[in-house]
Design a protein around this ligand. Structure first.
Ligand SMILES: Cc1ncc(COP(=O)(O)O)c(C=O)c1O
Length: 423
């Protein structure tokens, strides 16, 4: 059951979190809510966990029906400028012609065969050219598939079983931090360490000498690495014979065409990519040093849809387009415009909120005690057709044009003004 009923007139009730006010909302979410009501009977949990409603007391849409560029329309016909981009895959936006046309042509000629297709090689060759750590490639589906593949490769190569992790790496048993559904013996093999804490890593490595196969690290988190953290991580891993794997599922093809590793100048032994690589088509991969990757020759890593050709074709077209339009420079430029603009808006309203992250993956942080204001701000931006995610980093696309950023900033200025009046 959805918490709020949206008609043109909305009463906000939030268990004391928000003041009870009446406001005119031109946006209806009725159809979204009806669909979700039905979904709770047909789909476990009403659908995929990360897409469940709940962002800001139910004032976000639940069902999308169409997308174009960096805009999408919900089931009630409301338009949104999208800063979540499907949790990252829509690098070039929805319905990007050069990618979708390449995929349609591939569909006409066959999207999967009994045997290999030359485009798998073409993509691997391109990846080796772009990504510093890439000497060989293994294709997967989904980011979790790739990170789990990298762990298997590392375990086979080193003959060790334990894993150190830092970041989010997916839903598979080895990295799920939940309690239920995971055998204790599997959980015990994974040790989490905090980000930017080299002493914590050193301690775990010392306490588990000759037992750690891989350090799986999201090398960019929050505001990014501090000081010499990444260089120190690399040195420590080498000293302990531990494979260093950068999980670039979020950062890949955003900070640089060669990933965050190219941007920061630290080359890991292995890397995982997914999300943005296929502009919405499912493809992920592990790449890395030849001597490690060759382990795949005698470890069973194979699945019906690994390297299916829609993903491979989409990845080739996405990379080609990103290079043609110099998408990385645009991402940095537009992300910076958004960050600077939002900070200025918050400052001008006297609100203690600031941007964290970097232009390709920014987010807004509100100071302590401002939860109500934060929620009201996001609800008000959604009312004005801006889809920021309140609890996840945002993703900037080269399709976030000047006009779109301008509209976003104008809406944000109005939204924070309204939010301040309400709380
Ligand atoms: C850094 C990182 N690694 C791995 C994953 C898992 O990818 P997927 O959800 O495609 O399985 C994610 C997903 O958000 C991620 O952000």
């Amino acid at each position: 059951m959805v918490a709020f009923c949206y008609n043109n007139r909305l009463e906000l009730k939030s268990g004391g979190l928000l003041a009870q006010v009446k406001t005119e909302i031109t946006r209806s979410l009725k159809k979204s809510e009806e669909l979700f009501e039905k979904a709770t009977r047909l789909l476990v949990g009403g659908g995929q966990g990360h897409k469940r409603p709940g962002k800001v007391h139910g004032r976000y849409p639940i069902y999308a029906v169409r997308g174009e560029g960096v805009k999408f329309w919900d089931a009630d016909g409301n338009e949104y400028i999208d800063y979540l981009c499907a949790f990252g895959p829509m690098l070039l936006g929805y319905g990007y012609p050069a990618v979708d046309e390449a995929v349609k042509a591939r569909i006409d000629e066959g999207m999967i065969f009994n045997i290999h297709h030359p485009s798998e090689l073409e993509l691997a060759e391109k990846l080796c050219e772009l990504i510093p750590s890439c000497e060989m490639v293994s294709y997967f589906t989904g980011g979790s598939g790739a990170t789990t593949g990298a762990v298997k490769i590392a375990r086979a190569f080193t003959g060790r079983e334990k894993v150190i992790r830092c970041g989010y790496h997916g839903w598979h048993d080895w990295c799920d931090s939940g309690e239920r559904g995971i055998p204790r013996c599997v959980k015990e093999l994974t040790i989490g360490v905090p980000y930017n804490d080299i002493d914590a890593l050193r301690e775990v490595l010392e306490a588990n000498r000759d037992q750690i196969a891989v350090f799986m690290l999201e090398a960019f988190q929050g505001d990014g690495p501090t000081g010499t953290y990444l260089a120190d991580v690399k040195e420590l891993c080498a000293k302990h014979g531990v494979i260093l794997c950068f999980d670039e599922v979020k950062t890949g093809f955003r900070f640089a065409m060669g990933g965050f590793q190219q941007y920061c100048g630290i080359t890991p032994d292995l890397s995982c990519f997914g999300k943005a690589l296929g502009n919405g088509y499912d493809i992920s991969l592990v790449c890395g040093k030849r001597e490690i990757m060759e382990t795949v020759n005698d470890v069973w890593i194979a699945a019906t849809f690994h390297g299916q050709l829609l993903g491979v074709t989409a990845a080739l077209a996405t990379i080609r387009e990103m290079e043609r339009i110099d998408g990385i420079s645009t991402i940095w430029r537009q992300g910076k415009r958004l960050m600077d603009g939002l900070e200025e808006i918050m400052r001008s309203h006297g609100v203690n909120a600031w941007m964290i992250g970097q232009p390709p993956m920014p987010r807004l942080k509100f100071g302590e005690g401002l939860d109500n204001l934060r929620d009201e701000f996001y609800a008000s931006t959604a009312d004005r057709g801006i889809y920021f995610d309140p609890g996840h980093c945002w993703f900037i696309s080269p399709m976030h044009t000047d006009e779109i950023i301008e509209r976003t900033l104008q809406a944000s200025d109005e939204a924070i003004g309204e939010a301040l009046k309400r709380v």
